[in-house]
Write a protein that binds this ligand. Structure first.
Ligand SMILES: Nc1ncnc2c1ncn2[C@@H]1O[C@H](COP(=O)(O)OP(=O)(O)OP(=O)(O)O)[C@@H](O)[C@H]1O
Length: 363
């Protein structure tokens, strides 16, 4: 009895420290704190693998400050399935759409880099190219000539690319074929890509949506059991106006908007380091404030981002320690945390998770 009261006290103290670290309520973080043997364990419901050691050091120091010395603290993470209005897809815990109101703002580039960033934070990640009319994911993953294999002519094995799994209409038909499809055919193709791919167990499937807010996008948003959406915009007025239409569209179909990513926020001169706000300044921040949405990240207009996308050598794989890779990982952590904090868990638990993750390398 005395032991369990002492253990509870220790867990309460730990929960308060974790709450302080993440600016959350201790009622929330208390559920993350458990005792295993005599070790304190913090299980984060979001991915932040690169931060576990930092958090552990912080917790040990804070515990010591409260008179708890010689503690053993373990930090780990476990990502759960969040609620979506539609039935889940087998083996996928969370489906996150990356959308933009306007074309060419860097939606696909952001989707690919966020997918790798989530993976580097310890999540199992897949990417689905829903941009049926202009699939660019195969080029960005450096494997445009691959085709998914099938043993029963019904289901496809996703393409394994740098530890992610991926599928895209670009792996299946020549671009000129898909370009002439009408809306219902494009929507059907997306649904088939989603349902007929043999996804391994994934914490996140990132869906690169087609740009715009027309009927096709609306139908797609209604067909896919989305846990949430990230809206990519540049700070420019024109892009912001279209991003607002995107926000309105997802609100209409009750898909939670997890936040905004401002792409091409600024350009930093490589010689003198001066920043130029080519597409205007702080537009994404102002939009986020107006809609009370988190600004999950702001990425510069940078030649390396373009070069890696074009060459099919992903930035986060090739230069994982670069400041750009760090900025994407920071945005990925914010996204993962936002999803975990803002959505309810699936009421039916994890019945749709049918096995162990397969074929995915950990970085
Ligand atoms: N932050 C950035 N810095 C430099 N170039 C970028 C950046 N983001 C995207 N690009 C480049 O801008 C172009 C458009 O990017 P991308 O294809 O990702 O946009 P999109 O919004 O998905 O376009 P679409 O509307 O065609 O789907 C690409 O050449 C890409 O390499």
């Amino acid at each position: 009895m005395i032991f369990s009261r002492k253990a509870d006290e220790r867990l309460d103290v730990l929960a308060h420290i974790v709450a302080g670290y993440y600016s959350l309520d201790a009622n929330v973080t208390r559920a993350w704190c458990t005792l295993e043997e005599d070790s304190l364990v913090v299980t984060l419901p979001f991915c932040a693998g690169s931060q576990h050691a930092v958090i552990q050091r912080f917790l040990l120091k804070a515990l010591l400050g409260k008179g708890y010395d010689n503690q053993v603290v373990t930090v780990r993470q476990k990502i759960m399935s969040s609620h979506s209005a539609l039935p889940p897809v087998t083996n996928i815990r969370n489906i996150i759409a990356v959308a933009s109101g306007k074309g060419g703002v860097g939606k696909s580039t952001t989707a690919v880099n966020l997918a790798f960033a989530l993976q580097q934070e310890g999540a199992k990640v897949g990417i689905l190219d829903a941009d049926i009319y202009g699939p660019s994911i195969p080029i960005m993953l450096g494997n445009p000539n691959e085709h998914p294999s099938s043993t029963d002519n019904k289901h496809m094995q996703p393409i394994d690319a740098w530890g992610l799994v991926a599928n895209s209409i670009g792996y299946l038909v020549p671009p000129e074929d898909a370009a002439v499809w009408r809306g219902p055919m494009a929507s059907r193709a997306l649904k088939q890509l989603l349902d007929e791919t043999l996804w391994p167990v994934l914490d996140y499937l990132i869906v690169d949506m087609p740009p715009g807010t027309g009927d096709i996008q609306l139908t797609m948003a209604q067909q896919v059991p989305l846990s949430g959406v990230v809206v990519v915009t540049t700070p420019q007025d024109l892009a912001l106006a279209d991003a607002q239409k995107g926000i309105a569209m997802f609100n209409k179909v009750n898909v939670p908007i997890l936040g905004l990513i401002e792409n091409m926020s600024f350009y930093q001169c490589r010689s003198c380091g001066a920043k130029d706000y080519i597409f205007s300044e702080d537009g994404g921040k102002a939009l986020a404030e107006r809609y009370q949405l988190p600004l999950l990240g702001a990425l510069p207009l940078d030649i390396h981002i373009r070069e890696h996308a074009d060459s099919g050598q992903p930035l986060l794989v090739e230069s994982p320690s670069s400041p750009l890779a760090q900025a994407y990982r920071e945005a990925a952590r914010a996204l993962s945390m936002q999803l975990a904090m803002s959505s309810a868990l699936r009421a039916d638990g994890e019945n749709h998770i049918k096995g162990e993750p397969i074929g995915i390398r950990q970085t």
